[in-house]
Design a protein around this ligand. Structure first.
Ligand code: SF4
Length: 498
């Protein structure tokens, strides 16, 4: 396995005795550098460019509009999937998504039904072909189906029809319910949610998204405003001049108000909210992500940058492309606080800020935990906490980045908190989330004391991992920004017999 490492863990038990805990083997967490020692966290392959519907804001149609050339669409070339080695498939999270509808793609189904599953797989669909037969095939996938996002784009049938060009709202709602029922019956941990790309036409329906998601039993809602690369794009009744909310200050104000309320509504409803623009934070795309187009060209940003950064054809495998001279040079520029020339386009949120007269500010989100003490058993092999019990983990966290952790003026979105995750040790999937508020702002270099309650209610006895990190609520974990979380084994033991 490329780039595995070990984390030391020291922790006091309830009697104040310091125990050195045997470190847990986990993928290495390290400082950012231009040469990356692990495969990308996310590999995106738009498995097909074909689609069964024609949404008014479809990105592929915008390109045709500009060029005046209709492009024949097809599936990704099979050699691309063949070049993904077993080691990569065992480590990366594969997104078979973008550009077309995977459920009508032969390449997609060949992969799903094939013998080389990826560790984790996610994809987006418009949901029209989430038929019972296709749901069965998805349920039989041999890897982990991590996330499935259904582009619903509206909460009312008439809005759906105007935007998506088909009268399919009720059918998709029915399909989603069938999918959830199948996942539940199988005890699956797949996250299934609904997504919306916002234009003026559906703006007023943002507040309905959590209501619809709850009704459907969805795990998350993903909402983001539409990105138009081509000015004055029109299709039928639709025009960007009228519908692009970014062009109208009043629409932007309404959108931001809805998004703020949405974060609160999602939290109250127990839904994850995905898709807030991460503008102003350091770009991590080049360090975590690589995408491959149908012809093998690579792109290095899931935020929309389209300039090719290489081609898999020129490399024996993805490893060579991932650490190509060009990508290493782009990473170096990002680390110096420069936007690489390839990224200087309107789809890049950081470049948009620079164009407005702002600065690309390479923010760092790093933290370090110390002085940890838990009112529970600690052995060489980790923490021991009984089922259905609680243990308080106290300690301090140091702000090792260059940003003050301040929650002033924030409601839900973006709040800085101490976060924990309990992971199933065999699958690595999260089984419980933990949170602890900061009592005051923490400047760069400062520290804060905390007490995080670990409640094992609802968890079976068994082997777990406790991961401690800082989180910006609804936005990201510091780990996503290249921080090293604190990892320790957690054994949940059976309750003693009464
Ligand atoms: S386009 Fe912007 S967000 Fe994407 S990789 Fe480049 S700098 Fe990062």
């Amino acid at each position: 396995m490329k780039g595995t490492g070990r984390m030391d863990a020291e922790i006091k038990n309830g009697k104040g005795v310091l125990v050195k805990v045997v470190p847990e083997d986990m993928p290495a967490y390290r400082k950012r550098s231009s040469f990356i020692t692990n495969y990308p966290k996310i590999v995106q392959i738009p498995i097909t460019e074909k689609c069964n519907i024609s949404c008014v804001f479809c990105g592929a149609r915008q390109v045709e509009y500009v060029s005046g050339i209709y492009v024949e669409r097809g599936d990704v070339e099979t050699w691309i999937l063949d070049k993904l080695g077993g080691e990569l498939l065992a480590q990366a999270h594969l997104y078979l998504t973008g550009g077309g509808e995977p459920l009508i793609s032969k390449a997609f189904w060949d992969f799903i039904c094939g013998r080389r599953p990826s560790r984790m797989l996610s994809f987006n669909t418009n949901g029209i072909f989430l038929t019972p037969q296709n749901i069965d095939k998805l349920m039989a996938y041999k890897g982990e189906l991590a996330t499935l996002s259904v582009s619903i784009n509206a909460c009312r049938p008439e809005t759906y029809k105007r935007l998506m060009g088909v009268d399919g709202f009720n059918a998709v709602i029915g399909n989603f319910k069938n999918l959830k029922a199948a996942l539940k019956a199988a005890g699956s941990k797949t996250h299934a949610g609904i997504s919306m790309v916002v234009v003026k036409e559906n703006l007023e329906e943002i507040p309905l998204m959590p209501v619809l998601a709850k009704e459907l039993g969805a795990d998350f809602v993903a909402v983001r405003n539409a990105e138009f690369n081509t000015p004055a794009y029109t299709k039928d009744w639709f025009s960007t001049e009228e519908q692009d909310i970014r062009l109208d200050k009043e629409l932007v104000r309404i959108y931001e108000g809805y998004m703020s309320d949405l974060a609160k509504a999602c939290r109250e409803a127990g839904l994850n909210l995905v898709g807030k623009d991460d503008v102003g934070d350091t770009c991590n795309e080049l360090f975590n992500f690589i995408g491959l187009r149908a012809n093998g060209e690579s792109f290095s940003c899931c935020l929309g940058a389209s300039v090719p950064t290489g081609n898999l054809k020129d490399h024996a495998d993805l490893w060579g492309l991932w650490n190509s001279e060009k990508l290493m040079r782009m990473r170096e520029q990002i680390m110096r606080g420069e936007i690489p020339p390839e990224c200087r386009q309107d789809t890049c949120p950081y470049w948009r800020e620079v164009k407005k007269g702002g600065k690309y500010d390479a923010k760092s989100y790093l933290c370090e935990f110390s002085g940890l003490c838990i009112d529970a058993e600690v052995t060489r092999s980790g923490l021991e906490i009984r089922r259905n019990s609680k243990a308080l983990l106290k300690g301090s966290v140091k702000n090792c980045g260059n940003e003050t952790w301040s929650n002033a003026g924030l409601k839900e979105n973006g709040l800085y908190k101490i976060g924990g995750r309990i992971l199933d040790r065999s699958s690595g999937s999260t089984v419980k989330e933990l949170r602890c508020n900061l009592s005051a702002a923490v400047p760069a270099g400062g520290t804060a004391e905390f007490g995080l309650l670990i409640d094992t209610a609802g968890l079976d006895a068994g082997a777990y991992i406790l991961k401690l990190d800082m989180v910006r609520e609804q936005l990201f974990w510091f780990e996503d920004k290249w921080n090293s979380p604190f990892l320790v084994r957690l054994n949940i033991t059976a309750s003693p017999r009464p």
